[in-house]
Design a protein around this ligand. Structure first.
Ligand code: SF4
Length: 498
């Protein structure tokens, strides 16, 4: 890779950049000096960031009447920092997105508010839990702010309260939970000074640090430069594409010089799911345990249909009696066959109304005449059905009957009884879809994952009727494709048995 001449302190080190330095100094250097090499942001990540921002803005209501430093300004962090300083000097009580620069480090904090004449900071996380990474980020923010604002006496993480249940009007004071990180923050002041020094030295070197790929590329987050560093390892023959193996185990092989799957001594592999992948790579063909797959398939009773459910998990509860991030089913698609013709049925719940009971009644009605209900990875569907059984106990027996009919087509794949080298270590429906149906597939769809489907459904809250109809069609197309590929997967297995 082209080496870069010295670029030092052109802009302060932000919290994001500092986190990258913690993960890998090469990540940090590339981020600061070669941002054009970053991987493009996936739709899923964009949605997650947007949700984080939305929840952050929502949490401002806990401390109303504050001034947003970024409002009406172009994105100039030096300007934000100056504005924050001025607001503090002018006696402002609450500041949103308060910005501080100390020793070439820059942080913004969601809410800074004066309590009993001292400053208290709050960083909002769109999450039910506090992670070590969140605490470390908060400690870094505290380090920078405390050096600019000695009157800062507390720093809190605001997360969503998993016990909160919406009952009547939303009670924002109960929705969020504040956790002080002061103990950790005070302990780590020297640590940040030391780490900042190392990060700065890295930039001073003026060349990309020579760091090999490893498990750190995914901890605590997937690196933004996987496309650059991993470009020579994406081949389906690379040991780094092996599925069902921990990243550590993969790198143990890779670091021993075993770079290709077919270089692995198959006799040293005891895990069936890994062994099937190695065998497929050595023989360069699909692997099937005919006996096991036949046994699995013969238990499927006719008539059968396939079923897929999509869920929405709003961070802020939207319907009465729901909790933050509760799974709300909003769409199901069912595929069946009648007179040799494939039939599709979908039910879509409008976002404005909590029609979960109707949703359940429709699912029970359309599936009742089938003896087997095919799914691919039934865990989400089962969780949803269990929640509906709790909510509507009058349907508990019907739900139990439905659950007994579920056949999970992921099972033969998960258990290592079927594998094709084109699956590249991936055991999902998306990875097997091109083998099952070469014409249709997820690649031609606007929505390609359950997470995208969830966020796009959420966007209906902001759309007009015409856009809403378009989104509804996209979501149904995605869910129907999921159900269709699941349905066709059974035929695919049956064909292999002939
Ligand atoms: S891909 Fe891995 S080695 Fe490369 S910059 Fe990212 S974390 Fe560092």
């Amino acid at each position: 890779m082209e080496q870069h001449n010295q670029v030092f302190m052109s802009s302060p080190i932000s919290k994001s950049a500092f986190i990258k330095a913690e993960q890998c100094l090469k990540h940090f250097y590339l981020y600061k000096n070669h941002p054009y090499l970053r991987d493009s942001l996936s739709k899923e990540k964009q949605f997650i960031f947007k949700r984080g921002t939305d929840v952050g803005i929502f949490a401002q209501k806990l401390f109303p009447g504050g001034v947003d430093v970024t409002e009406g300004e172009k994105r100039d962090q030096q300007l934000f920092a100056q504005k924050t300083k001025d607001l503090i000097a002018n006696g402002t009580q609450t500041i949103y997105e308060a910005t501080f620069i100390y020793d070439d480090l820059l942080v913004m904090v969601d809410i800074l508010t004066k309590q009993d004449d001292k400053w208290v900071a709050y960083e909002v996380k769109s999450s039910l839990k506090i992670t070590d990474t969140y605490v470390k980020d908060a400690c870094f923010q505290f380090y920078v702010i405390k050096n600019c604002l000695p009157d800062l006496v507390d720093f809190n993480l605001l997360t969503l309260n998993p016990k909160y249940v919406l009952d009547g009007d939303l009670d924002i004071s109960k929705l969020f939970k504040a956790t002080s990180v002061m103990k950790d923050a005070l302990k780590n002041l020297e640590y940040f000074a030391h780490k900042t020094h190392i990060a700065k030295l890295t930039l001073e070197q003026g060349k990309i640090p020579d760091i090999k790929i490893g498990t750190h590329c995914f901890q605590p987050y997937d690196c933004d430069f996987l496309g650059t560093c991993w470009k020579n390892t994406n081949d389906s023959s690379s040991v780094l594409t092996l599925g069902k193996l921990t990243k550590q185990a993969m790198f143990d092989l890779y670091d021993k010089g075993i770079k290709r799957i077919d270089e692995i001594d198959i006799n040293t592999i005891h895990n069936k799911e890994v062994k099937i992948q190695v065998k497929a790579a050595i023989e360069q063909k699909e692997q099937i345990n005919i006996e096991e797959v036949r046994n699995f398939v013969t238990h499927i009773e006719e008539p059968f249909c396939s079923l897929d459910i999509e869920v929405w998990m709003p961070a802020i509860p939207y319907y009465q009696s729901t909790k933050p991030f509760q799974q709300i089913p909003f769409l199901f698609s069912m595929i069946s066959e009648e007179g040799g013709e494939v039939k599709t049925f979908s039910y879509f719940k409008p976002i404005e109304e909590d029609l979960r009971k109707e949703f359940l009644e429709r699912i029970l009605l359309v599936t009742k005449d089938f003896k087997s209900i095919l799914m691919f990875d039934k865990s989400l569907e089962e969780t949803v059905l269990n929640q509906l059984a709790e909510l509507y106990p009058e349907y508990r027996n019907d739900i139990t009957d439905l659950k007994k009919k579920i056949v999970d087509l992921a099972e033969p794949i998960r258990k290592g009884n079927y594998y094709h080298p084109d699956m590249k270590g991936n055991f999902t429906l998306k990875s097997i879809a091109p083998l099952v149906n070469q014409e249709a597939g997820f690649n031609n769809l606007d929505i390609q994952s359950g997470i995208s489907a969830m966020y796009i459904y959420e966007s209906l809250l902001e759309q007009n009727v015409i856009e809403g109809e378009h989104i509804k069609l996209q979501l149904m197309e995605y869910c129907e494709m999921d159900a269709l590929i699941t349905y066709q997967l059974l035929n695919y297995f049956r064909m292999k048995l002939n």
